[in-house]
Design a protein around this ligand. Structure first.
Ligand SMILES: [Ca+2]
Length: 214
């Protein structure tokens, strides 16, 4: 774990999501964030806003965890047909190392779609999404932007490839697929900002989990 490393995670820009379902299309844009005034934004843990636009997902303390969820939620599965919805989203974030002398940054952030919005995961390598057993206890999809190579916490062993990767997580913090961000010219914890796209085309798996614009 990056227990001695503090990192401030900031969602700095536009969060856009477009959902195309069989019956209902949903689309929303956050051009700024206000945890107190926006009824569609549920902030918990250490996440906060100042009313100036950005959303701070964590505080500048070791082990900080924060969440921001779109509420009241979106139905991705049609129970009548068992068909899932296609969606696309893009968002811009900044990972700011506080311990500037460190060569690493902990731990990262994740875009999540979760079926139990009240579940609070563990900190550190579990990214606030999964419990200390590496699971969320309910169907969960996450695209993680991981800035610390975790090896083992307690009895749990991580499969991180390095400290600068993007992973596709299905019900587990141990990713089904991981991609090194460096060949795309992106160092997640050094870039002033990163804009990411996540696209899903139903009923196949994620075709292009993440594309980068350095
Ligand atoms: Ca990690």
């Amino acid at each position: 774990m990056g227990s001695s490393i503090t990192t401030l995670l900031v969602l700095v820009g536009l969060l856009f999501l477009n959902l195309v379902a069989a019956q209902n299309d949903t689309s929303f844009v956050f051009s700024s964030f206000d945890c107190m005034k926006d009824s569609h934004l549920k902030c918990s843990g250490d996440s906060s806003t100042s009313g100036q636009g950005p959303l701070n997902l964590t505080a500048v303390t070791t082990g900080s965890v924060g969440h921001a969820l779109y509420t009241p939620g979106i139905r991705f599965l049609d129970p009548a047909t068992s068909k899932t919805s296609s969606f696309s989203t893009n968002f811009t974030f900044s990972i700011q190392r506080v311990n500037s002398g460190s060569q690493a940054a902990g731990e990262g952030l994740a875009f999540v779609i979760l079926s139990n919005p009240n579940f609070t995961g563990s900190g550190g390598g579990f990214l606030g999404v999964y419990g200390s057993d590496g699971r969320a206890g309910a169907p969960t999809l996450a695209v993680e932007f991981d800035t610390f190579k975790d090896v083992k916490t307690g009895n749990f062993t991580f499969n991180d490839i390095n400290n600068n990767h993007v992973g596709l997580d299905l019900d587990s913090i141990n990713s089904k697929a991981q991609v090194d961000a460096a060949p795309a010219g992106v160092i997640l914890y050094k870039a002033s900002s990163v804009t990411a796209w996540v696209e899903y085309s139903a009923p196949t798996d994620v075709q292009h989990p993440v594309r980068f614009v350095p």
